[in-house]
Write a protein that binds this ligand. Structure first.
Ligand code: SAM
Length: 216
């Protein structure tokens, strides 16, 4: 999945996104942001911020930056910021695979439904870790391939179709963690039927393995 195609797909999605997606993700992102325990003055990066659905959940005392590839999605996010007067949020157009930020800047990074959208999830995690402070918090909310053989196979089969829609369905969390050296602190689903996981990680600079690809 290449970024220029992704941008076009999400420019189109931006017209419909807020019609159905909030009901799917809102409870999950709100819960995750509450658990992030963001302190006054903390710097937060929301990668693939989309239409800014999570923005109102961040505490006003944080300094929040949202970045996205799609002008269409960002236009919606800007409108949301103006409507709610969210002066603590700044938006940037850019590619998460080449983040336009210095090293060790952010206390918290949220990757909400974006790790399966980029063409190179390993590079995304590497960039995330580069811009996160050592000991900083990385939170991933996403669907990952099921460890159940039947469901996992179906998700692999569905992947070509999903890629036309703008994401992949075959990314395995364990493989991603192995390829990037991520150590998961804890993860949870909202309930047994939840298709998405919330994964909390501390940015430990320690082990960064030889680069392995999970690119689509
Ligand atoms: C499924 S949406 C998720 C939006 C939001 N985080 C949410 O949970 O509602 C994925 C978003 O990631 C953005 N995106 C995809 N690839 C990207 C990249 N390489 N750099 C920055 N943003 C990207 C898309 O434009 C889209 O807005």
């Amino acid at each position: 999945m290449r970024e220029h195609t992704t941008r076009k797909i999400y420019n189109v999605w931006s017209y419909f996104y807020d019609l159905f997606w909030p009901s799917i993700v809102h409870r999950r992102t709100t819960r995750a942001i509450e658990r992030m325990c963001i302190q006054p003055g903390d710097r937060v990066l929301d990668i693939g911020v989309g239409t800014g659905l999570a923005l109102a959940s961040y505490p006003k005392h944080a300094k929040v930056v949202g970045i996205d590839l799609s002008e269409g999605m960002l236009r919606r996010a800007r409108r949301r910021i103006e409507e709610h007067g969210m002066s603590w949020v700044r938006l940037t157009l850019g590619n998460a695979l080449q983040l336009p930020f210095e090293d060790n800047v952010f206390d918290h990074v949220l990757l909400s439904h974006v790790v399966t959208v980029v063409s190179d999830p390993v590079k995304l995690i590497e960039e995330t870790r580069r811009v996160s402070k050592p000991g900083g918090q990385v939170v991933i909310i996403n669907h990952f391939r099921s460890s159940n053989r039947v469901f996992g196979t179906i998700e692999k089969w569905l992947c070509p179709l999903c890629q036309h829609l703008g994401w992949r369905s075959d990314l395995c969390l364990q493989e991603l963690a192995q390829a990037t050296g991520l150590e998961v602190d804890f993860r949870y689903k909202l309930d047994n039927m939840d298709l998405f996981q919330t994964v909390f990680i501390t940015n430990r600079p320690a082990s960064r393995p030889e680069r392995q690809s999970t690119a689509a």
